[in-house]
Design a binder for this molecule. Structure first.
Ligand SMILES: Cc1cc2nc3c(=O)[nH]c(=O)nc-3n(C[C@H](O)[C@H](O)[C@H](O)COP(=O)(O)OP(=O)(O)OC[C@H]3O[C@@H](n4cnc5c(N)ncnc54)[C@H](O)[C@@H]3O)c2cc1C
Length: 410
C-alpha cells in the first residue's frame, strides 16, 4: 500500500468511541499497517457495564481474527428451556452457546491496543474535510488530522449527529428491566431449575429471558457467576417519558442513569412481578439490588459512509437486541472496513466498497429485529407483521428464533 499523505508516512484513522466498535476497528486497521488512534469521551477506562452478551460464531471469528482471542470467553449452556407461570418446563431445545459479558469483551479487545493509541477524556465535537483527509476537533480543545474518521460512538453517535443529523433512533414501544444477581444469592430451586440454561418465560406481550454469565472479574467458577435477567415490557412513548423522570424530579430525554431511577417505579415493577413471574425468575429479580430499565430503539441509515467518514457498529445501524448480535455486527463492520482499505489503494473507492458491503447487512439485521419484536404485539401494521406475531406466540418458534446463531445465513 502506498502512503505518503500530509507529511505522514503511514495512513491514519481517528476512531471515535472506545468500546466494542472502536476497539475492533483499531485492531483490524493496525493489522493492515494503518496508524489507528481511539478517542473515548469517558475519562476512565470502560468497566462495569455488566450486561450479558450472547456469543455467536461471527463474534468468535471476529475476536480470533482481530487478535483479541476468545480465552475464557464465558459460561457455556447446553440447552434452552421454556417455562410456564408455575415454573414447569413446557419445552426444551438443545443448543450449545457461550454467554459472555460486555466486560470480558472490553478487556480482551482493549489489550490489543497500546495505551499510547487509546485516548480517554476526548469528546468528539466536529469534523471538517481537508484536501487529503479529515480534521477532527474535540470538545476539550485538541485537533487531530487523519486520512479517515471512524464513528464507533454508539447508537447516540455524535459523529452521526454531526454529519447526518436526520438519522434518528426510533422507539420500539417496549423496554426492558434488567440486572445481574450473584449466583450465590439465588435460591437453591432457582439454581437447579433455570440457572444452568437459556430460559424463556413468554406471557402475552412480555418476555422474560435469563442465562448465566461470568461473575466480577470474569470469574467463571461455579458459585461465583451471575445471572443475566431481562424482562421485556410494553410502554407507549408517553409512559416512557413519565418513567424518565428521575428520583430528583428531573426529566431525562431517553433513559435514566440506574442510580437515579425512581424508587416508586421499581416498587410498582416489583409488585407486578409478584403477580406475574414464575417463582425462579421472581427470585432472580428480587436478588437484583438495583434493577434498571433500558428503552429499546433501532434505526437504519441509507448510507454508512459520508465522504471520508465511516460509521461502524451501533453508530452505523442499531437493531433491537432480539438476535443478540450487536457486538458480532461491530466486529463484522470493522473487519470489512479493514479488508476494503487493504484491497483498494484509493481510500474513497475503499470506503464506497465498505458502504456497499455493510449498509445492506446492517439494514437486514434491523429488519430482522423488528420482525422478532412483533412478539410483543406493538404497532402491528401489516399482514406480515400480524402473521409473524401469531407465529411467535408459540414458545417453540421463539426458542428457534431468539438469539440463535447463523440467522444471517438462513
Ligand atoms: C439489552 C441489550 C442486550 C444486548 N445483548 C446483546 C447480545 O447478547 N449480544 C450482542 O452482541 N450485543 C448485544 N447488545 C448490543 C451491544 O451491547 C452493542 O451492539 C454494542 O455494545 C455496540 O458497541 P459500540 O462500540 O458500537 O457502541 P457502544 O458500546 O455504545 O460504545 C460507544 C462508545 O462511544 C463513546 N462515545 C459516545 N459519544 C462519544 C463522543 N462524542 N466522543 C467520544 N466518545 C464517545 C461512548 O462513551 C462509548 O464508550 C445488547 C444491547 C442491549 C441494549
Amino acid at each position: 500500500m502506498s502512503a505518503l499523505r500530509g507529511g505522514r508516512n503511514r495512513r491514519r484513522a481517528v476512531i471515535i468511541g472506545g468500546s466494542m466498535s472502536g476497539l475492533f476497528t483499531a485492531a483490524f486497521l493496525r493489522q493492515i499497517g494503518w496508524d489507528a488512534d481511539v478517542y473515548e469521551r469517558s475519562t476512565v477506562e470502560l468497566v462495569g457495564r455488566g450486561a450479558g452478551i450472547t456469543a455467536h460464531p461471527e463474534l468468535f471469528d471476529a475476536l480470533e481474527r482481530s487478535g483479541a482471542g476468545t480465552k475464557d470467553l464465558g459460561v457455556e449452556v447446553k440447552k434452552r428451556i421454556a417455562i410456564d407461570r408455575k415454573g414447569r418446563v413446557i419445552g426444551e431445545k438443545p443448543l450449545w452457546q457461550v454467554l459472555t459479558s460486555w466486560d470480558r469483551l472490553q478487556r480482551l479487545l482493549r489489550a490489543t491496543i497500546p495505551n499510547e493509541n487509546y485516548h480517554l477524556g476526548h469528546t468528539f465535537e466536529r469534523v471538517d474535510l481537508e484536501d487529503s483527509g479529515v480534521r477532527v476537533k474535540f470538545a476539550e480543545g485538541q485537533v487531530e488530522h487523519a486520512d479517515i474518521l471512524v464513528g464507533g460512538d454508539g447508537i447516540r453517535s455524535g459523529v452521526r449527529a454531526f454529519i447526518a443529523p436526520d438519522v434518528q433512533p426510533i422507539y420500539s414501544g417496549y423496554y426492558i428491566w434488567r440486572g445481574a444477581p450473584n449466583e450465590t444469592d439465588l435460591a437453591p430451586q432457582t439454581l437447579a431449575s433455570i440457572f444452568p440454561h437459556f430460559t424463556f418465560y413468554l406471557p402475552e406481550r412480555q418476555q422474560v429471558i435469563g442465562y448465566p454469565i461470568a461473575g466480577l472479574d470474569n470469574d467463571l467458577r461455579p458459585g461465583h457467576r451471575r445471572y443475566n435477567f431481562i424482562w421485556y415490557r410494553v410502554a407507549d412513548a408517553r409512559t416512557l417519558k413519565e418513567m424518565c423522570v428521575d428520583e430528583n424530579g428531573h426529566q431525562h430525554e431517553r433513559s435514566v442513569p440506574p442510580p437515579l431511577i425512581r424508587k416508586d417505579l421499581i416498587a410498582v415493577m416489583r409488585a407486578d412481578a409478584e403477580q406475574e413471574l414464575p417463582p425462579a425468575f421472581l427470585d432472580a429479580l428480587n436478588k437484583i439490588e438495583r434493577p434498571f430499565f433500558t428503552p429499546i430503539y433501532d434505526f437504519t441509515a441509507p448510507r454508512i459512509v459520508f465522504g471520508r467518514v465511516a460509521m461502524i457498529g451501533d453508530a452505523a445501524s442499531n437493531a433491537r437486541p432480539h438476535m443478540g448480535f450487536g457486538v458480532s455486527k461491530a466486529g463484522g463492520d470493522a473487519h470489512a472496513l479493514a479488508r476494503a482499505l487493504a484491497a483498494y489503494d484509493d481510500i474513497d473507492t475503499a470506503l464506497d466498497a465498505y458502504n456497499a458491503e455493510r449498509q445492506p447487512i446492517g439494514e437486514r439485521i434491523v429488519l430482522h429485529g423488528r420482525k422478532l419484536g412483533t412478539h410483543l404485539g406493538v404497532d402491528l401494521k401489516t399482514d406480515a407483521d400480524r402473521s409473524m406475531w401469531k407465529l411467535l406466540q408459540d414458545y417453540r418458534a421463539m426458542m428457534d428464533w431468539i438469539a440463535v446463531p447463523n440467522f444471517l445465513v438462513t
